[in-house]
Design a binder for this molecule. Structure first.
Ligand SMILES: Cc1cc2nc3c(=O)[nH]c(=O)nc-3n(C[C@H](O)[C@H](O)[C@H](O)COP(=O)(O)OP(=O)(O)OC[C@H]3O[C@@H](n4cnc5c(N)ncnc54)[C@H](O)[C@@H]3O)c2cc1C
Length: 303
């Protein structure tokens, strides 16, 4: 088994999530090679064969050219799997590579399954188990689903480049809107989930945040329902946080949410379902109705 890992740079910096590709490959087992379109000044902690293309020549975002680079490495290395992060880079590039190779594509893999791979479906309420029927497969992995693995062993560096132009021209990165609250720096976060029920219940959670001196965060459905601003969303498509205390109120613990908060030092989850997946990362799981428990807790803290 040979696995080609396609790492990622953004704005000149190697993304740490590149190491999650190595974690995935370790779970699958087999030899790895890595391809990066980046810079010699930002090389990964990786041992194995490393193909490096210069981003100042090939462009950080140039799917046509990057596809050509990947196909060149595929020809040299003959990998069984070609693996990307399920990022805006990976989900754009992977299907182009799969189509060019006539290979199966498995998108947003979150775990290995017996003889196959698990991907989330139905907004992560279910998992679908699938396996490729082609000898070679292109895979994207969900952020946070696999441990990041670094190694100091050193690599065997090969420089590669691609000819020709692309059909898309990269202009610039735009910084995101200024965040009203920088949750990344908050020490205490009280996070609101769909279990809070309705927007009118929000003052109950805000009162707890005030009593604990914390900031309000939220799961994606709460943001989609416009109970709070998008800047307060935590998870793969929101902020990544690592507070000392994270209080999850009525949050199920979908993998996309956990990816944004699992580095919290201490997690308290309030959920009426004792089997909710958030229990797997919670230090304390309070099995209760959030609208009964939170006011009682706030009252106790305020006395
Ligand atoms: C590509 C993609 C990206 C995504 N990105 C994100 C992301 O960045 N962040 C994110 O959060 N999600 C994200 N999601 C959505 C994610 O899959 C889940 O759907 C979402 O996290 C669920 O939010 P929730 O836990 O608030 O709601 P639910 O899953 O509906 O869970 C509600 C929980 O509340 C509990 N509950 C209900 N009533 C009560 C009560 N009265 N008292 C106590 N507990 C109660 C229930 O038992 C349940 O566990 C993404 C999904 C996709 C497909």
């Amino acid at each position: 088994m040979k696995i080609l890992l396609v790492g990622e740079y953004r704005d000149g910096r190697l993304l740490n999530s590149t190491y999650e590709l190595v974690g995935f490959a370790e779970q699958v087992g087999g030899d790895t090679v890595m391809l990066l379109v980046g810079s010699e000044t930002q090389l990964p902690l990786y041992s194995g064969t490393l193909y490096l293309a210069d981003a100042t020549v090939c462009g950080e975002y140039n799917p046509d050219m990057h596809k050509r680079l990947i196909l060149e490495v595929v020809q040299k290395e003959n990998p069984d799997y070609i693996v990307f992060l399920h990022s805006s880079y990976g989900w754009d590039l992977a299907p182009r590579v799969a189509a060019a190779l006539g290979a199966a594509q498995l998108s947003e893999v979150i775990a290995l399954a017996d003889g196959g791979f698990e991907v989330g479906c139905c907004s992560a309420k279910m998992r679908r188990t699938i396996k490729p029927l082609t000898n070679r497969a292109v895979i994207t992995i969900q952020a946070g689903a696999f441990a990041a693995v670094q190694s100091e062993g050193g690599f065997d560096l090969h420089k590669v480049s691609a000819e020709g132009a692309g059909r898309v021209s990269f202009l610039a990165y735009e910084p995101a809107e200024e965040r009203a609250v920088d949750l990344a720096k908050a020490e205490v976060i009280i996070a609101v989930g769909r279990g809070v029920g309705k927007k009118e219940n929000m003052p109950v959670i805000s009162a707890l945040a005030k009593a604990m001196g914390g900031e309000l965060g939220a799961s994606r459905p709460v943001v989609d329902a416009e109970w709070v601003a998008h800047s307060q969303q935590i998870g793969t498509t929101g902020q990544t946080v690592s507070p000392k205390l994270y209080v999850a109120c009525g949050i199920s613990g979908a993998i996309q949410h956990l990816a944004g908060m699992k580095k919290s030092e201490f997690v308290v989850a309030i959920n009426r379902d004792k089997d909710a997946p958030i229990g797997e990362v919670a230090d304390v799981l309070v099995v209760a109705d959030v609208m009964q428990f939170v006011p009682a807790l706030t009252a106790r803290l305020s006395n």
